[in-house]
Design a protein around this ligand. Structure first.
Ligand code: GUE
Length: 300
């Protein structure tokens, strides 16, 4: 078998176009421009790529984009003051504080200082609790993007066996909640899981989110299964020339694509969907903040 490629880049462009329609409508009918603020503390190469791409796309869909770049040794009090200012700014509907933060800052405390209504990452404990109880929340962007692609490809996920590899608060756990809310049978596997190969072999849907380059080989994949690769790992690629790198996922693409029914590539899979869902969340947050009906199909 050769897997169908789930084109996240193309799907994300469609989501952004939808977002753009809603932004235009908010402006024309209500005089409101959705605004997204990104807070970046210090320099992290993974965050840099993301922030640049995100800022460009925020403007492309017609939203207001604000960036706060703070020094790596910014104090917790100063960072909290910036967040408080954004919480109180009526032109800002979404706030994203780039993770990871420098070690001297308490990540949980900072995330929970963001107003839950503006928490477009969906990391605030209040949003985590709402998602876990199946209530309306802000849904983390990466799992939301994965869910959109899975629903689009399969229609219903009801009764499917889904295995999520990875138990992070950012991807693994919320992904499992979303799959469960869509009535899949969900297993969360992780570094201590026994007989991981056998667990993954039972899956109709595999979501790999461990951050270990190419760790899932094709012989762990049930023939015809759908493979969603969340990993974005940068490896040295001396064969491409001195100092060159290449991006690989958490699954071994070649061998998995031979067995799977469908697979997301890296790059061009989950990554672009994450950014599109950030924009979608910002429009959703803006509508909720203004008591307006929120767009359909842009959240879980
Ligand atoms: N609070 C917070 N929320 C985040 O969502 C968050 C974060 N912090 N910190 C950093 C990571 C990283 N991240 C990426 C999103 C999209 C791509 C992406 O679009 N990647 C392209 C390739 C980009 C390239 O060529 O390097 C792709 O997969 O096709 C990458 C990385 C979000 N993050």
């Amino acid at each position: 078998m050769t897997a169908a490629i789930i084109d996240g880049k193309e799907f994300a462009a469609r989501v952004r176009a939808q977002v753009g329609v809603h932004v235009a409508r908010l402006k024309a009918d209500h005089g409101i421009t959705p605004g997204l603020a990104v807070v970046l503390v210090g320099e992290d190469p993974a965050s840099e790529v993301y922030v640049r791409s995100k800022g460009k796309m925020t403007l492309e869909v017609g939203m207001k984009s604000v960036e706060h770049r703070l020094d790596a040794n910014t104090s917790q009090a100063d960072l909290l003051a910036v967040i408080e200012q954004l919480n109180n700014d009526p032109e800002i509907h979404g706030i994203l504080c780039q993770l990871p933060l420098p070690k001297h800052l308490d990540e949980d405390l900072i995330i929970n200082a963001i107003s839950p209504a503006k928490d477009v990452d969906g990391f605030h404990i209040s949003n985590v609790g709402l998602l876990g109880t199946g209530q309306k929340s802000m849904v983390p962007c990466t799992p939301l993007g994965c869910l959109m692609m899975l629903r689009d490809y399969h229609g219903s996920l009801s009764g499917m066996n889904a295995v999520v590899i990875g138990r992070s608060n950012i991807v693994g756990k919320p992904m499992a909640q979303l799959l469960l809310n869509d009535s899949a049978t969900v297993t969360i596997a992780h570094s201590r899981t026994k007989d991981l190969a056998d667990v993954v072999l039972r899956a109709d849907i595999v979501v790999a989110a461990v951050g270990r380059p190419e760790m899932v080989p094709g012989d762990w994949i049930k023939p015809g299964a759908t493979v969603i690769d969340v990993g974005i790992n940068r490896l040295d690629a001396p064969e491409k020339g001195e100092g060159k790198t290449r991006l690989v996922g958490d699954v071994d693409y070649e061998s998995c694509a031979d067995v799977a029914g469908a697979i997301t590539p890296v790059p061009g899979g989950v990554g672009p969907m994450t950014i599109a869902c950030l924009l979608a969340n910002t429009v959703t947050a803006c509508c909720r903040a203004n008591g307006l009906d929120e767009p359909e199909g842009l959240t879980a």
